[in-house]
Design a protein around this ligand. Structure first.
Ligand SMILES: *Cc1c(COP(=O)(O)O)cnc(C)c1O
Length: 413
C-alpha cells in the first residue's frame, strides 16, 4: 500500500479496498450479484474476452466483490495474484485440474487434512502418481523425487497431529530442481506465516477456517507468490503463454480450473469472508494464547497420555515452529489415559462443542479416528500417527480462564 513504510497486517486489510475507488465511497466493497457484464462497444467485449484489456466476462470466471477479496488475500500473503474458489477443497482440486497431466508425479506430505488425503487417492487412480512421504525431514522428500515430479505439496502444521514440514529446506530443494512447491497455509494463516518466505510458488488457504473465522461461510484460495519460474513448468499450454511467465500459472489456473470446472466463490460469500478477515490477527492472537494455556494444563495432568502442540517444548518440531511462525497456532490434539473414554470426556465439556470445523470463534472438539479419519481405516490412521483415542481441539476466542477450567473439569470422572 505504502512502499516505503508498509503498514502492519491489520491496517493493510482494513484500508486495502479503499486504495482502489469503491462505488459511492462505500467502506465495504459492495456485493455485486450480476452474472453478465454489458459493454457499450462490442469491440471492447471482444477485447476483454481475448485478454487484451481487463474486465469482467461472466460470473463464473470473475466478479468485482470476489476480486476485492482476492486482492486482500494477495496482500496478506505478500503475493502476486490470487484466485478464490467455492471451498478450500476446490482450491486444492484446482491444482490437479489445471496443472497436472497423466504420467506426472506429486510428492505429498503424508500428514494431511483428511479430505486432501482422499483427493490424492482419487488423483492416483487417474494417471497421476502420488508419493506420500514424512515431510518433517527434507531427505524423505528428496528421495521420492523423480523426473516426473511436478509438485511438492505440504501443510504448514498438519491437522490433527501438528507435525511441521521441513518448510525451509523443502523450499530450497524445489527451487534447485525447478519443482513447484505448494503449501497449504490454512493451519497457520498468513498472519502467523507467509509460505513465500520459504520459496512456495503457490499457497492454499481454506478461507472457511481462520480467515473468515466465524464458521458461517465456505471459501478457498490459491495465491501465486510470484517466486516460481513458470517458464520451467512443462504443463503450460501455448494459449496461456502470451503474457510474461509471471502470469502463466494464474492465467491457466483461472481458465482450466475455475472456468472449466466452475467451483466459483459467490459474491455474498466473498463479502462474509472479507468482513471476517478484518479481525484475523486479533482472533489468532487470542486463540493461540488459549491453545497454549489449555495444552500447558493438560500436559501437566497425569490423566492425559499425550498432548500434541507445537508450542510445547516436548513437541518434536518446537524449535522449528519458533523459528518459522509468529505463534504456534490454534489447533492441538491429545490422548487421554486408557481408563478415560474419549466420548465421555467430550460429553463432560460445557464449552468445547463436539463439531467438525476449525478456525471458528468457538472452541470445537472432535474424536478424530471415529469421524473425520474414519473412512481411511485403522491401518492408514496408524501410518499417519493417529491414535484411536485422539481428540482434536480447534481453539476459539473464549476467555482463557473459562476454557482452561472447562478442559480441566472434564478430566474429573
Ligand atoms: C478445512 C481444510 C481444507 C478444506 O477447506 P474447505 O473449505 O472445508 O473445503 C483444506 N486444508 C486444510 C488444512 C483444512 O483445514
Amino acid at each position: 500500500m505504502n512502499e516505503t513504510h508498509p503498514y502492519g497486517f491489520t491496517t493493510t486489510i482494513l484500508h486495502g479496498d479503499r486504495q482502489k475507488p469503491i462505488e459511492h465511497g462505500a467502506l465495504h466493497k459492495p456485493i455485486h450479484t450480476s452474472v453478465a457484464y454489458g459493454y457499450q462497444d462490442a469491440r471492447q467485449l471482444a477485447s476483454v474476452f481475448q485478454g487484451k484489456e481487463p474486465g469482467y466476462r461472466y460470473g463464473r470466471q470473475g466478479n468485482p466483490t470476489v476480486a476485492a477479496l482476492e486482492d486482500k488475500i494477495t496482500r496478506m500473503e505478500d503475493g502476486h495474484a490470487s484466485i478464490c474458489f467455492a471451498t478450500g477443497m476446490a482450491a486444492i482440486g484446482a491444482l490437479f485440474q489445471s496443472l497436472l497431466r497423466a504420467g506426472d508425479q506429486v510428492v505429498s506430505s503424508s500428514f494431511l487434512f483428511g479430505n486432501t488425503n482422499s483427493l490424492w487417492q482419487t488423483v492416483s487412480g487417474q494417471g497421476v502418481d502420488v508419493a506420500f512421504v514424512d515431510a518433517t525431514d527434507v531427505a524423505n522428500v528428496e528421495a521420492a523425487l523423480t523426473p516426473a515430479t511436478r509438485i511438492v505439496f505440504v501443510e504448514t502444521i498438519a491437522n490433527p497431529r501438528t507435525q511441521i514440514a521441513d518448510l525451509q529446506r523443502i523450499g530450497q530443494l524445489c527451487r534447485a530442481r525447478g519443482i513447484l512447491f505448494v503449501v497449504d497455509n490454512t493451519m497457520t494463516s498468513p498472519y502467523l506465516f507467509r509460505p513465500k518466505t520459504v520459496g512456495a510458488g503457490l499457497v492454499v488457504n481454506a478461507l472457511t477456517k481462520s480467515i473468515a473465522g466465524h464458521g458461517n461461510v465456505l471459501g478457498g484460495c490459491l495465491t501465486d507468490t510470484g517466486v516460481f519460474d513458470w517458464s520451467v513448468f512443462p504443463n503450460i499450454l501455448d494459449n496461456y503463454k502470451r503474457n510474461p511467465p509471471l502470469q502463466w500459472g494464474i492465467v491457466q489456473i483461472r481458465a482450466k480450473a475455475l472456468r472449466d470446472f466452475g467451483a466459483s466463490l459467490g459474491p455474498e460469500a466473498a463479502h462474509h469472508i472479507a468482513v471476517g478477515s478484518e479481525t484475523l490477527a486479533l482472533r489468532m492472537e487470542r486463540s493461540c494464547t488459549n491453545a497454549m494455556a489449555v495444552t500447558q494444563m493438560l500436559a501437566a495432568d497425569p490423566r492425559v497420555a499425550a498432548v500434541h502442540y507445537p508450542g510445547l517444548p516436548s513437541h518434536p518440531q518446537h524449535a522449528l515452529a519458533t523459528e518459522l511462525f509468529r505463534s504456534y497456532g490454534a489447533l492441538f490434539s491429545f490422548e487421554l489415559q486408557d481408563d478415560i473414554d474419549c466420548f465421555d470426556y467430550l460429553n463432560r465439556l460445557k464449552l468445547g462443542v463436539s463439531a467438525s470445523n476449525l478456525g471458528d470463534t468457538r472452541t470445537l472438539v472432535i474424536p478424530v479416528a471415529h469421524t473425520i479419519f474414519f473412512e481411511m481405516g485403522a491401518q492408514r490412521r496408524a501410518s499417519m500417527g493417529i491414535a484411536e483415542s485422539l481428540i482434536r481441539v480447534a481453539v476459539g476466542i473464549e476467555d482463557t480462564a473459562d476454557l482452561v477450567e472447562d478442559f480441566r473439569q472434564a478430566l474429573d470422572m
